[in-house]
Each structure stands twice: as C-alpha cells, then as structure tokens.
Ligand binder design. Structure first.
Ligand code: SAH
Length: 257
C-alpha cells in the first residue's frame, strides 16, 4: 500500500523520569510541536502542559492494577492519526528504548509506511543514581550495568535469566519489580549474588518527592515492605550502590568498600 504524500509522522519521545527539566531540549520541542499527544500514566501534568492548546491529548496507560489501553489499540490510534497527516507524539516515561515498547511500535508503524523518530530520555535508573549520589558503573567495582525486569508469568517470577545478573561486578537496575522484590532478591541470592550486596529502592526518581530506601540485597524486601511506596520504584543492586546518600546529604549511607 503506497503511503499518501501528506502522511504525518510519529515521534516516540522519552519524557524522562517525571520532572520537566529532565527532558531533553529535543523532547521539549517535540511536545511543543505535537498535534496529537498519546501519553503514559507516568507522565506528569507539568509536562503535558507543555503541549499546544489545540493538541489532541489521549492517555493510554493507567497506574498498576487499573486497565490500560491495549497495545494494539494504541498502535492503530497512532497509525490513524499519522495517516491523517498529524504529527503524533507518543510520550513515554524515562527512555522509550528501555521497557518502552519502542521496538514494537516502530515495527508496526514502519510496516504501514509511517516514519518514526525516537527521541531518547533519562531512564529511571540514571535519574535515581544522579539524585542519590551513586554511579551505575565504578572503576574496579562495577564493570557492567544490566537493565532488567522481573518477568512474571501467572503471578510468579520466572526462573531463567538470573545467573546473568549474579556477577559481583554487575550493577542490576530492576524495573517493574516493586511488588516482586522478595522473589527478585531470592532468585539473585540463589544464583550466587552475595546477600550483603548493597541495594536500594528509589521511588519517584528524578522528582522532588523521591525517596531512597537503602538496605542490603537480603534486607531489601523487608525494607521495601516497611516503606510501602505507592509511586514507581526502581531497584538498583550492586557494589557501586554503597555510595548512595540521602538527597542533599554529604556522606554516603555506607562507605564504599
Ligand atoms: N521507559 C521507562 C521504564 C518504563 S517501565 C524508563 O526508561 O525509565 C516502568 C517502570 O519504570 C516502573 O515500574 C519503575 O520500575 C520504573 N520507573 C519509571 N519511572 C520511574 C521513576 N520516576 N522512579 C522510579 N522508577 C521509575
């Protein structure tokens, strides 16, 4: 099917972790130029307010537990709007290439002749590290970073894949794992990761109301349960995390080994 000459395009845009000033300038310009904006639940009003007054706004995702628009519906909607010649901005929390389905959406749209551009964003783990003063890599201690998620099937965390994250020099950033911290810690320790590995949970990373919950890998599930966070949480596990400090505080929570 040939693409009509007045087809619009779709920008898959990273909104960053939730503070407008952590967007890239390119992302900001994209939002300011949007004719249709499809946005995830994690994108705050402060950022939605940057879109022009006449822009069509559609929320596609709801917070955990509530219904979200099906991926197929989102794809069709973006396609329909682009074929009508609109500049469509698909605004996602963090970076679109990290658990943001950018691969699927790009493939679908390109298969239908619609041009796609991806604009990167600050991913939650980067925002957490910056805000709480720890690096994701550290010379001699953390040679690798893994962005991972605890894949859950039928309510249980899947077994395979944990060995790759057990290496002592890998910093593990776990997304969508807030409610699976006990299973995650159990699997990692089971795969050989030391139980006293520094571990933090960061809620609302990058925002003014961010919270650091610090512990060891073995103690993280209990610390997280006691803190009962309601916002999005990224877990970061590894030796480099020992450098974490409360926002604004000078001293690390625990001196690095
Ligand atoms: N593309 C996003 C990730 C989307 S998956 C990114 O690059 O950050 C959704 C998960 O991201 C949440 O379950 C949580 O684990 C994490 N997350 C997103 N925003 C966050 C924030 N501000 N603070 C902590 N975790 C966040």
């Amino acid at each position: 099917m040939p693409t009509p000459p007045d087809t619009g395009k779709v920008l898959l845009v990273g909104a960053g972790p939730g503070a407008a000033d952590l967007m890239t300038v390119r992302a900001l310009r994209a939002v300011q130029g949007a004719q249709a904006l499809l946005y995830d639940a994690l994108v705050p009003d402060e950022i939605l307010a940057l879109a022009p007054a006449g822009c069509l706004r559609i929320q596609t995702g709801k917070r955990a537990g509530k219904a979200s628009m099906k991926q197929e519906t989102i794809n069709r909607l973006m396609l329909r709007l682009a074929l009508r010649g609109r500049t469509v901005v698909r605004l996602k929390g963090g970076d679109p290439s990290v658990f943001g389905r950018s691969g699927e959406e790009r493939a679908f749209l390109e298969a239908h002749g619609v041009a796609v551009e991806v604009i990167p964003g600050v991913t939650a783990a980067s925002a957490a590290a910056a805000q709480f003063g720890f690096p994701l890599t550290h010379r001699g201690e953390a040679r690798r970073v893994a962005f991972a998620t605890a894949r859950v099937q039928d309510g249980a965390v899947v077994e395979e894949g944990w060995a790759a994250l057990a290496d002592a020099q890998t910093t593990v950033a776990l997304y969508m794992a807030r409610d699976a911290a006990a299973a995650v810690a159990g699997r990692l320790i089971g795969a050989g990761r030391a139980p006293d590995t520094p571990a933090v949970a960061v809620e609302n990373a990058g925002r003014a109301d961010a919270r650091l919950i610090g512990a060891s890998l073995a103690d993280l599930p209990a610390a997280l349960a006691a803190a009962a966070p309601e916002g999005p949480v990224v877990l970061v596990i590894g030796e480099a995390v020992a450098q974490a400090r409360a926002a604004g505080a000078g001293q690390p929570l625990r001196a690095s080994a």
